[in-house]
Ligand binder design. Structure first.
Ligand code: ADP
Ligand code: MG
Length: 308
């Protein structure tokens, strides 16, 4: 028997909403979140549409976890402390098996990021997941795109290009050996928002952005906003063993430079600063404009939803 909208909300989305900053969660017209003295609200929203941002037949756990990670990554890139999120969910049908697995993916993310689900909206239509995140920032601090200055070093967290390598594998463009395939698929399906790193960079980094559209495109946003030139040394790019196993250097570098969906952070520190654990220095900032990686490579503007 099909279940009602209210049963869906009650069964699958009403138990993930408690947290330190939550005064009122799912069930009323609004949720109420509490900021501490001297804090302000940072907020961002990200939509994932089936067939555009994920394969419609992906595991529902992964769809849920990945949608939250993508949205939470924007909080990380600002250095914000997570407070809570709301989710607008559009479903073709109220399939309880699917909903159960999807909400388990959400639950994992809620725990992992300490980002309670405090409200949302549930509608009927083509599958889409829209996650709105809220975080707290000190009154006078934030990691903005516009703060990089000449002489800074450029850093990235984690490894780059893994999601692009996984996508190429899913599209049958290459066949990694099984444990490398597993690693890459996990990076694609279960990306981790770098929230702790982002909070730790507040007051230290001059600028930051999360890499959702590819390093060159996203570093390009920082270069434009900061009015500087960003020089990247491709020999320094952190690459996973699984990605290296592709063999072809040109393909690997293209994935690492232009592949989206890694959700690592790209940030900027003064030249004398030490690299945070798990992060790699990949270049420096000069006077000028644009991003230079020392090779001829098209800098895609990221995925453009309304281009031909
Ligand atoms: P309203 O009509 O006032 O917008 P709804 O009937 O849409 O309220 O939702 C009832 C309650 O359930 C609200 O508190 C809303 O935030 C919450 N809610 C609805 N859908 C979701 C969802 N997918 N995830 C979390 N909370 C939800
Ligand atoms: Mg509503």
């Amino acid at each position: 028997m099909p279940i009602s909208e209210f049963s869906v909300i009650y069964r699958y989305f009403s138990s993930l909403g408690s947290g330190d900053a939550v005064d009122l969660s799912v069930g009323d017209d609004c949720a109420i979140l509490r900021l501490q003295e001297g804090e302000r609200l940072a907020t961002s929203v990200d939509t994932m549409v089936a067939g555009v941002h994920f394969f419609p037949d992906s595991f529902p756990e992964d769809i849920g976890f990945r949608a939250v990670s993508a949205a939470a990554s924007d909080l990380a890139a600002m250095g914000a402390r997570p407070l809570g999120m709301t989710i607008a969910l559009t479903l073709p049908e109220a399939d309880e098996l699917w909903l159960n697995a999807f909400s388990q993916g959400l639950a994992t993310a809620v725990t992992q990021y300490q980002l309670p689900l405090v409200g949302g909206d549930t509608t009927h239509g083509p599958l889409a997941v829209c996650v709105q995140v809220m975080g707290a920032l000190p009154m006078n601090q934030a990691l903005l795109r516009g703060g990089a200055s000449v002489g800074d070093r450029v850093y990235v967290s984690g490894t780059l290009g893994d999601a692009a390598g996984a996508l190429a594998f899913l599209q049958e463009q290459w066949q990694p050996e099984p444990d490398h395939a597993e690693f890459l698929l996990n990076r694609f399906n279960r990306p981790l928002a770098r929230l702790e790193l982002g909070c730790g960079l507040l007051g230290l980094a001059s600028a930051a952005i999360d890499i959702s559209d590819g390093l060159l495109a996203d570093a390009g946003h920082v270069a434009a906003a900061s009015g500087v030139r960003i020089c990247i040394d491709t020999d320094l790019l952190p690459l996973s063993e699984a990605l290296r196993s592709r063999g072809c250097k040109e393909t690997i570098l293209r994935w690492a430079l232009t592949g989206g969906d890694d959700y690592e952070l790209c940030f900027f520190l003064p030249a004398d600063a030490a690299a945070p654990p798990g992060c790699t220095s990949i270049g420096h900032v000069e006077a000028g404009a644009g991003v230079d990686c020392g090779m001829e490579i098209d800098i895609p503007a990221g995925y453009q939803h309304f281009s031909d």
